[in-house]
Design a protein around this ligand. Sequence first.
Ligand code: 13P
Ligand code: SF4
Length: 317
Amino acid sequence: MLEKLKRNKSDKDYLISEIRRLKKELNAVLLVHYYQENDIQELGDFIGDSLQLSQEAAKTQADVIVFAGVHFMAETAKILNPDKKVLLPDLNAGCSLAEGCPVELLQKFKEKFPEHILITYINSSAEVKAISDVICTSSNAEKIVNSFPKTQKIIFAPDKNLGKYIAKKTGRDMILWPGSCIVHETFSESKILKLKLENPDALVISHPECEEGILNISDFIGSTSSLLNYVIKSDKKKFIVVTEPGILFQMRKKCPEKEFIPALPEAACNCNNCPYMRLNTLEKLYYCMKNGSPEIIINEELRLKALKPIQKMLELS
Ligand code: 13P
Ligand code: SF4
């Protein structure tokens, strides 16, 4: 049967039909982030931002969770589902924010501020989550920060851009860990301003991981799914989109009559594609489902410590 498929279909069609077959055979759910390549988005049982994906992982009835996203997302799914198999097509699909915040250094940083609680962005390792008081994502960070009294002192890690934006929105004076996203910090403010001049009818919509200068010239700021919902609901017809361009696939699909202009990075290259997210391919997705590997494994003691602040976030969301 497989050989027949192989003979009669192109490689891509073969991979797609095999991934669909394996989903049924394994009773697997395929969770996909918006920054994945278009073909993977098309195969997803659920596509969402980090919060929605963790909520979906928390309630799934599937036996296997296949995560087309990056390591911290799959690791969060495993923390929430210790008895399920969690697969990630490429274990090297990391995140510059998680990598730029080693737990030993964050622990030392935290010790300097004993009166502060630690609110940590979900783009972090399980070890970092384990020393945190509560986790947040870009879609609930404001709500999580506001759930604490104004007098509560806060350290926010690891994204300084999101932290600065939330500090401004909530009127809090938070201590920020100096991390950033290599994708969102690469966008050029001057090129966005030029695009705005060339397209005076376009709105600038940005992810809060962008630098302050870009957020200041944005008409709307939000997580990937908030950006998508915004363009769906807006009566405007043109948008300059300042985030990883994977999201454009859903925007164009949901609003074929609207125009989406991807913002450009400073350099003349494609470095606004997330190099970690894009490590996942259809081939790797197929092989990980076929082989049951690479699998996310986590030590139980660490899992229990990391679970607490994640559960707190889910309760507050
Ligand atoms: P969202 O939660 O907005 O999808 O963000 C995830 C991410 O990694 C952004 O760079
Ligand atoms: Fe991490 Fe940035 Fe890639 Fe998101 S886009 S996974 S924050 S490196």
